[in-house]
Design a protein around this ligand. Structure first.
Ligand code: C5P
Length: 225
């Protein structure tokens, strides 16, 4: 199990997906699960403040990630419907409820159970898989993270200003770091990677070299005849 945590916009998703592809591992974007709970709630008329009802909603659906790391709920792809600024806000609100975290914890552990998987989120190395073999904590400056997120949203056609993206990012980070259950913290044994000034390819190479150092590919010459 490879755990990748860090604040939003640090470049976790691109790096995690790329690393998984290079290693032939599965990829689990756990933020997509929290986003989906907020999205399902909005569609089903469940309030983001109602922890038990949100948990029941999460528990009644089947979540799976296809080989490309795209989330399906009950077999249906959710696509970009969970990527709007409103659902970003909703995800960080629903993520505060212990009932929701408990429901999604079981799902995340099940998705990573067999190993050979990269999981990306906020509490993977601390709570979901505290015994993960390899842990990374990706960081970047607020400006750089807002810049990435802004480019992403504009590319999708969202008419949002840079200032608004930056403001919402700071607010979401604060909520993630200060919440009572499973706050965003770096695991003691996680390696921090500062992604400022690095492109996704460089971050992936760095992570790959760490994985290789931890699990060297060895060949015992005595067994070759
Ligand atoms: O990673 P992403 O920005 O898609 O996550 C959306 C929100 O879901 C985060 O702001 C955070 O509040 C929540 N989350 C979480 N724990 C995780 C993954 C995401 O609380 N493991």
């Amino acid at each position: 199990v490879i755990a990748i945590d860090g604040p939003s916009g640090a470049g976790k998703s691109t790096a995690a997906r790329g690393l998984a592809r290079e290693l032939g591992f599965g990829y689990v974007d756990t933020g997509a699960l929290y986003r989906s709970v907020a999205w399902l709630a909005t569609r089903g008329g469940v309030d983001w403040s109602d922890g038990p009802a949100l948990a029941a909603l999460a528990g009644s659906r089947r979540f799976e990630f296809d080989p490309e790391g795209r989330l399906r709920i009950d077999g249906e792809p959710v696509d970009d419907r969970i990527r709007t600024p409103e659902i970003s806000r909703g995800a960080s609100v629903v993520a505060r409820h212990p009932e929701v975290r408990r429901a999604l914890l079981a799902i995340q552990r099940e998705l990573g159970r067999q190993g050979g998987v990269v999981l990306e989120g906020r509490d993977i190395g601390t709570v979901v898989f505290p015994d993960a073999e390899v842990k990374f904590f990706l960081v970047a400056s607020v400006r750089e993270r807002a810049r990435r997120r802004y480019a992403e949203l504009r590319a999708r056609g969202d008419e949002i200003s840079f200032e608004q993206v930056e403001r919402e990012q700071v607010e979401r980070d604060r909520a993630d770091r200060e919440r009572a259950v499973s706050p965003l913290v770096q695991a003691d044994d996680a390696e921090e990677i500062d992604c400022d000034g690095l492109d996704a390819g460089e971050v992936i190479e760095l992570m790959k070299s760490r994985v290789a150092a931890r699990f060297p590919l060895t060949w015992d010459t005595k067994n070759t005849k």
